[in-house]
Design a protein around this ligand. Sequence first.
Ligand code: ASP
Length: 618
Amino acid sequence: MTASTEGTDGTSDATSMRSHLCGGVTTAEIGTTVRVCGWVGKRREHGEHLAFVDLRDHTGIVQCVVPGTVDVRSEYVIAVEGVVRHRPEGTVNPELPTGEVEIGDCTVEVLSVAEPPPFAVDDRMDADEAVRLRNRFIDLRRPRMQANLRLRAQVNAALRSAMDRQGFCEVETPMLWAPTPEGAREFAVPSRFHQGSFFVLPQSPQLAKQLLMVAGVDRYFQIARCMRDEDLRADRQFEFSQLDVEASFVGQDDVLAFVSEAVLDAAEVATGKRPPSIEQMTWSDALDRFGTDKPDLRFGMELVDLSAVFEKTEVKAFSAACVKAIRLEGGSTLTRSKLDTLTDKAKQLGAKGLAWFRVTSGDGSGTPGAAMPGAAVAGAGGGAGAGGGGGTLGLDSPLDRFLSDEERAALIATMEVAEGDLILVVADEHRLACTVLGHLRVELGSRPVSEGPFRYVWIVDFPMFDGVDADSNPVPAHHPFTMPHPDDLDRLESDPGSVRSQAYDLVLNGWELGSGSVRIHRADIQSRVFAVLGITPEEAESRFGFLLGAFRYGAPPHAGFAVGIDRLVAIFAGEDSIREVIAFPKTQSGSDPMTGAPKPLAATALADLGLRLAPRKD
Ligand code: ASP
C-alpha cells in the first residue's frame, strides 16, 4: 500500500472499488497503477484521440488522460484505472496538490450517467441561492461546501471530546416534547393517538437537562437540535444545533470554564491557533461602551459620555438624561444623504434625532451643513466652523452655532477627534442613547462577521428582566428559571428592573454564540420569580409542573449553557450566513426548494390526526 492511501489516522482510503482518493494521487504514486472514482469535472479534447478529464471527489481533482472515444460528460460518475505519471513539461499546475501528475493509459468504467448540471460545480460560480438550494446535492459537491461540512464535523468532534474529557455525559433528549421556556414561537406536532393534543418541538432541551440534574447525571451535554418558529435571518434558521450543557454543584465561573475549554478547543481545530482565554465584560459595561450586549471587539469606536460636556447646555436637543457620542475617523466625508439615512435609522430605533458634527481645521473652511432633520432645534441653518477653545479644530454642523465656546472645546477634547472626523451624538434616556449609537457603530464600523481577528467575550451580570409584556409584567431577559444575583435578591419585588441575574452570554465578533445561567433550584425563590413575572401558581403548575414537581424530590444547585454551533462554524468557515454551513437549510422565507416543504397534508392524513383546516388567511 502506498503512503497516500493511509488516512491521517492510519486507516486506509482504499475500498473494494478504488485504490486512492483523487486528491491523494501525488508524485509518490508515479509508476504505480491506481484506480480512482468520482465525478467528471472538466473534459478537454486533446488532439484527435485523447481527452483530459478532471476527476473530482471530496479530496480534490486528478487529471486523467482517457481515450477520446470514451463518452464521459460533466458530472458522470466514473471509475478510472491507469498508471500515474509526470505531467509533460509545461503542463504542471502548481495550484493543484495533484498538479504535477496525471493518470495515463486509462480504462474508464461509467458507473452513472448524468444530465448537465443546472450550474457548474465550481467555487467561482455565483448561482442564485434558490437554485443552489433546490439542487443542494449538487451544490454540496463544490469544494467550499465540502470543506464547510467537514469543518463542522471537526468542530463537533472537538466539542464532544472536550466535554467528554471534562467528565460530561452525552444524553439524548426527546424531540417530541412539551412547551419550553425560551420565549420563541414553537412548532407544534399533532398527536394521532391523542387527537386534539399536540407535542411541541423543543426550542432547547432546557427543562430536560434540568431534570437530568435532578436525576443525578451531574454533568450533561448534547449536540442538540433545537426548533424555533421565528423569522429567518443570516444567523437564524428554524432548526439549529447547539452544544447544550448543564452541570450540578457548580457556579457561573465553573460553567464559563467548561464552555471556554470546549470552544477554544474547537477554535484550535478549526483555525490551527488556540485563542487566548476569553475575557469577561459586564452587561452594563457592554451597553455603556458598545451600546449592545453583543459587542464586536474587533474595532474601537467606543461610545463616549458627553453628559458632563452638556450638563448646563442651552441646546434643547442636548438637554436629556444622557448625551453620548461616537467618533467616526475620517467620517466628515460622509455625504449629506448618508447623514440623513443615519438620522432616519436613529429615529427608527427610537431616538428623537441624531446630531452630527464634522471636525474641520477650525479656520471656517468646513462645508456648511444644512438643517438637521429631526433635531429639536427649529430653523437651524448652516454653521461655519469656529475654533473656539478647541485649539486649531472647529466643527461644521447645523448645531454648531448653538454651542457655547466652552461646549465646543469640551466636545472636541472629550471626543479626542482630529480634522476630518465625524461626531454623531444622541441625547436621550441612557439605554436608548446607548442602543441607538451601538447600532450606528456597527453599521459604520463593522466588517463581515467572519473576518478576523476572532474576538470572544463573555458578557456577565445581565439584568434579570428586559422590559414588560402587554400586561405590564416584567419579561425574563433569559428564562424564568434563571437565578437572580444573590446581592440583588432582596429587591426582586420592590425594584425588579434593578435586579441582575446570574446569566451570561458568549459573543464572538458581534454575534451571540450562546447563553446560559445559574438556575433556580429552590422552590421559594422560584415562586417569587414567577410572582414577579405574573405567572400564577396554577399557570406555573400547568406549564412547568413536571419540573417543579421533580424539584420537590431533591434538586441540586445547577447551571448551564448552550453554544450555537451553526454560528460558530460559519465564523470559522469565513461565511457570513449560517446557511452555508448547514447541509440542507431553509431559504430566508422558511421553505425548502428541494423537497418543496412545507407542503399541504393529504386529506386522509389530516383526518387521521383529527384536524380540519381553517380557510387560509391570505
Ligand atoms: N436553554 C438556553 C437556550 O437554548 C440555554 C441555557 O440556558 O442553557 O438558549
